[in-house]
Ligand binder design. Structure first.
Ligand code: CA
Length: 227
């Protein structure tokens, strides 16, 4: 399921968009000012951001500029009707698209689908490229993991879990997020499944090689870290 972050200080608009997006099956987080939005973008995995330009604490253009320093996530700007300058600045600053308020929700949904599809296409090549961490190498296309020169046999679920953690290297992922990404929303077995599979993974990729790869963040979840 795709996760969308709405950064919009008009709470009524934010809630309205949230409802519509949830109805379409997206998972949604909201921030009502620029600083909180930037913080969420920095600390949680998203697939797309809807970013208002006129925001308290940190304006949208500045939020955009800072997000672009660490992420190439699709960002759609929400702009006021006649703010031509904002649009130009925003697109120059790395926004993927903009939509002028007030907008028809169908139009916003269509633009979101386009931006996500574009990203998916460009990710095809990206997610098929090799991921590594020290002596560990993961090849998505062959679905193989090598540590030093040893091929490690993982089940499909173990492989997907390791792949997801590596793709989000240095980002702490909650059990719930991992569960939704790897097991899917309709899984009813609870977040324990995540702990169980992390244990399986550690037994295969850490213990035999004397490595520390997956870190537990108490009360939150797990992270794979450089170093
Ligand atoms: Ca605003």
């Amino acid at each position: 399921m795709e996760r969308i972050l709405i950064i919009e200080d008009e709470e009524k608009i934010a809630r309205f968009i949230e409802l519509e997006l949830k109805y379409e099956g997206y998972e949604v987080e909201k921030a009502f000012n620029g600083r909180d939005g930037l913080e969420l973008a920095r600390t949680q995995p998203f697939d797309l951001i809807l970013l208002d330009i006129m925001l308290p604490k940190l304006n949208g253009i500045e939020v955009l500029r800072r997000i672009r320093q660490f992420s190439d996530l699709p960002i759609i700007l929400l702009t006021a009707r006649d703010a031509v300058v904002d649009k130009v600045t925003g697109l120059d600053g790395g926004a993927d698209d903009y939509i002028t308020k007030p907008f028809a929700i169908e139009e916003l949904l269509a633009r979101i689908r386009v931006a996500l599809r574009k990203r998916e296409n460009s990710n095809m090549s990206e997610s098929s490229s090799e991921l590594g961490l020290g002596p560990l190498h993961l090849e998505p296309l062959k679905r193989e993991v090598h540590i030093y020169d040893t091929l490690v046999h993982l089940t499909k679920r173990e492989f997907d879990l390791l792949h997801y953690l590596l793709e989000n290297k240095n980002i702490v992922l909650s059990r719930q997020t991992i569960l939704e990404q790897i097991w899917g929303y309709d899984f009813s077995g609870g977040t324990n499944a995540v702990d169980v599979y992390i244990r399986y993974l550690r037994a295969k990729i850490e213990e035999p090689f004397g490595l520390k790869i997956i870190y537990t963040v108490r009360g939150v979840g797990y992270v794979i870290k450089d170093e």
